[in-house]
Every structure is written in structure tokens, then in C-alpha cells.
Ligand binder design. Structure first.
Ligand code: C5P
Length: 405
């Protein structure tokens, strides 16, 4: 689900060089079908023009308190009242200081005081300014009053210094806004998601694996966290950036994935096995790189079975919901149903690897969710993010049913 669709986002831009990145944030919000109202401070206009923001947001930009005196509407009251989320990005030390002290000497600081809910604030400044104890005290004050600070990242700063102070990337700010707006129907629930491939080493530089990227599992973990769950994401090697608010545990092999799953199992209510776990591993991995200068033309590898993680979880987790994935190339429904029964799962997502746009590495997926009670629901091809939301919509009533028994 697109949590931003039709939502009103009030975006304050203050006078820091990171203001140029906020143009990208506006673009991302519009792409997600949000309505964006931009408010710029006097100093912000020295870095980017109101015309840029107006063109990107498709809405007039408010530059001063007196812009709002037209008509009967009192904008400094209606704008914050109507906003679904209020974001200030970049937030300068000056803006943060003013808000922490209750100063309202321009339009943005005025609406910030008129706003009754948490504001998402993305600080951006030079590292020495950011580390200044007064700025840190002001940030703490804002946090104590319930505002949400989107921590700046570390790295090269526009002023030439290295360190913490660089505004978080627009895509990550967008993720935080989505997080803020998402329904919290999974709050109080702990979930474990396994994702990605596993690697079973033959020697230190060679391994057996599969083309899984982890996209489906990461999307499920992200959506679970956005919807309020406490999420442990146990991931095999993947290049995807960890979703915000998720506890990421990185593993390499199936055995390690099993061990970390067991270590995290306490209080788990939902287990989703989206990882493409290798079923076999070399029996005796060698400790040094194998040489090819041998007389024999053949190399025989003896493989032994890896633990079936989801089956082990199903034996232990009697009060939880266990959801598996069946990636198949033939007899999809039959194989998936048998797998669900054999492994003791509550639900299994039957994933046809031969269907266009489905399976490993793709941005999209389609398939069937099979329930233990025999019901089947079809999911048309869609983004893995949207599919994740829809699968969660099916999981939550099942969990409630199980817990009420
Ligand atoms: O048996 P198969 O690998 O086809 O089953 C797929 C499902 O089982 C997926 O949910 C996968 O994450 C899980 N699985 C597991 N541990 C294994 C193999 C598969 O948890 N060793």
C-alpha cells in the first residue's frame, strides 16, 4: 500500500546547502501521489528558488507570513491543521534553536509552534555546529517534546569538513515519512523474517548459492516495521540497504541462519521464511583455496543436508504464525501445498519462478497464498513492497485467530 497517496505533507525548507536535496524530496513525494505544501525561510531562498519548489510541488510556495494574509483563510493555522505530516528538511541549527526556545519570528517557526503533533526534523549543518553542546541540547529538547529527529549521516560535508552533519538522503527521509504515516496494526508484535540467499563454502573463495537478492524478505521486514512490529531480519548476503527500524542480523550459511533464528525466537509471534536457504552444503569445506594443478579431471564434492530452518521453527513456535515461500518451476500448487503440510506451516506463498516478472531478483512478484485451512488467494503481479503489505493484511487476522484460541 502507498501510505503517502492523497496525504498532505507540509515541508519546511530552511537555509542550508542541503536545501537543494529537498527538491528531490518534493519530487519523490509527488511521485508517491502526496500533496506537498512547501514553506521556505528567507535564507532557504538564497540556496534554491521558490519557483523550483513551486514547479516540483505543483503548489504555491509560502515565503513569508504576509503571503498568508490573502483571503479569509488564516494559513498559519489551517496549513498545520490540515497536514498529515510536517517535515522540516533541512533543519538548520538556527531553526532547531528557535523551535526549542519557542521563538516564532517567521512563517515556518510560527507554524511549527501552531502544530500540535510530532514534527519530522532532518538536521543539516557543519560537524562542529552539529556537535556543539547547545545544538545537542536543543535537539534533545525537541526529542523530549516528542518531535522526531532524522539523524544526519556522516561523511563529506559541503563546507569541506568530514563528519556528522550531512542531511539524510531524500529517499531515507521519504521512508521515515512513510513510517510515520503507516497504520500501526502490528504494534506489540515481534516478527522474524529470513531473507536472501545463503552461501555454503567449498573453500574460502568458492561457494554454492542461488540468485536470491533478498528483495521480498526486506520488503516484508520494512512493512512490518512501518506497521509497528518489532522486527528481526536475519539476512544472508544481500546488497540492499537495511530498512529503517529493523534489527538486522547478517549471516552467511544456512547453519548460521538457523543459529541466529533460534537465538532470537523468544516472544516471536510471526515467522516469515523468505530466505532461499541452500538445502545442501559441502560436507568438508577446505580451509585453504583449492588448487587445480591436480592430475584428476574430476572433482567430487560430497554434500550434506542443511537444517530446515522453517520446519525447526514450526516445531517450537506453537502460538505463532509461520509463513513460508515456495519457489517452484513446476507443479506449483501441489508442491507448495505439500511443502506447507510437511513443514508444519500456517501459510505458504506459492511463487511461480517461470511467470514473467516473478521470483529471484525481480522488482515485482505474483503468486498464490495458500492457507492451512485450504483457502487460496491469488496475487497479481505487483511490486514486492505492495505485495508485502497485502500478505501482511492476510497474516494479521490469522494471528489474531490463533491467539484467541
Ligand atoms: O524446502 P524448500 O526450500 O523448497 O522450502 C522453501 C521454504 O522453506 C522457504 O520459506 C524457505 O525460507 C524455507 N527453508 C528453510 N530452511 C531450509 C530450506 C528452506 O527455512 N533449509
Amino acid at each position: 500500500m502507498n501510505y503517502l497517496k492523497g496525504k498532505k505533507i507540509l515541508l519546511g525548507i530552511t537555509g542550508g546547502i542541503a536545501a537543494y536535496k529537498s527538491c528531490e524530496l518534493v519530487r519523490l513525494l509527488i511521485k508517491k501521489e502526496a500533496t506537498v505544501n512547501v514553506v521556505m525561510t528567507e535564507n532557504a531562498k538564497k540556496f534554491i528558488t521558490p519557483l523550483t519548489c513551486q514547479t516540483l510541488s505543483q503548489n504555491p510556495v509560502i515565503e513569508s507570513t504576509f503571503d498568508t494574509m490573502h483571503g479569509a483563510e488564516i494559513k498559519h493555522i489551517t496549513l498545520p491543521d490540515e497536514a498529515d505530516a510536517f517535515v522540516v528538511a533541512p533543519a538548520t541549527a538556527n531553526f532547531i534553536g528557535k523551535l526549542a526556545s519557542g521563538i516564532a519570528d517567521d512563517f515556518l517557526s510560527t507554524i511549527a509552534l501552531a502544530y500540535t503533533r510530532p514534527i519530522l526534523i532532518a538536521p543539516a549543518m557543519n560537524v562542529h555546529m552539529y556537535e556543539n553542546k547547545i545544538v545537542q541540547r536543543n535537539i534533545k529538547t525537541l526529542k523530549d517534546y516528542g518531535h522526531i529527529i532524522i539523524e544526519p549521516a556522516s561523511g563529506y560535508l559541503a563546507c569541506g569538513y568530514e563528519g556528522k552533519g550531512r542531511m539524510e538522503e531524500p529517499a531515507r527521509i521519504l521512508e521515515r515519512i512513510e513510517y510515520f504515516l503507516a497504520p500501526k496494526d502490528f504494534s506489540g508484535i515481534k516478527a522474524i523474517v529470513t531473507a536472501g540467499p545463503t552461501r555454503e563454502h567449498i573453500d574460502p573463495v568458492r561457494y554454492i548459492s542461488n540468485p536470491s537478492t533478498g528483495k521480498m524478505g526486506y520488503a516484508l521486514a520494512r512493512k512490518l516495521a512501518m506497521r509497528g512490529a518489532r522486527v528481526v531480519l536475519i539476512s544472508g548476503p544481500s546488497t540492499i540497504e537495511p530498512p529503517y527500524g529493523v534489527e538486522l542480523v547478517r549471516v552467511t550459511s544456512a547453519e548460521e541462519m538457523m543459529k541466529k533464528t533460534e537465538e532470537n525466537l523468544d516472544d516471536t509471534a510471526i515467522f516469515i521464511g523468505a530466505a532461499a536457504v541452500a538445502d545442501f552444503r559441502p560436507e568438508k569445506p577446505v580451509s585453504q583455496k583449492m588448487k587445480k594443478e591436480k592430475k584428476e579431471k574430476k572433482l567430487t564434492l560430497t554434500l550434506v543436508k542443511t537444517p530446515d530452518i522453517i520446519s525447526e521453527v514450526a516445531k517450537k513456535l506453537k502460538d505463532g504464525i509461520i509463513v513460508g515461500f515456495a519457489a517452484e518451476t513446476e507443479n506449483l500448487m501441489k508442491n507448495a501445498t505439500e511443502k506447507m503440510k510437511k513443514k508444519g506451516l500456517d501459510m505458504i506463498f506459492a511463487n511461480d519462478l517461470t511467470a514473467a516478472g516473478s521470483g529471484f531478483g525481480t522488482e515485482t512478484n505474483s503468486g498464490y497464498l495458500i492457507n492451512r485451512d485450504g483457502t487460496v488467494k491469488k496475487f497479481e503481479i505487483q511490486s514486492k513492497e505492495d505485495l508485502a503489505d497485502q500478505l501482511l493484511d492476510e497474516i494479521i487476522p490469522e494471528l489474531k485467530k490463533k491467539l484467541s484460541r
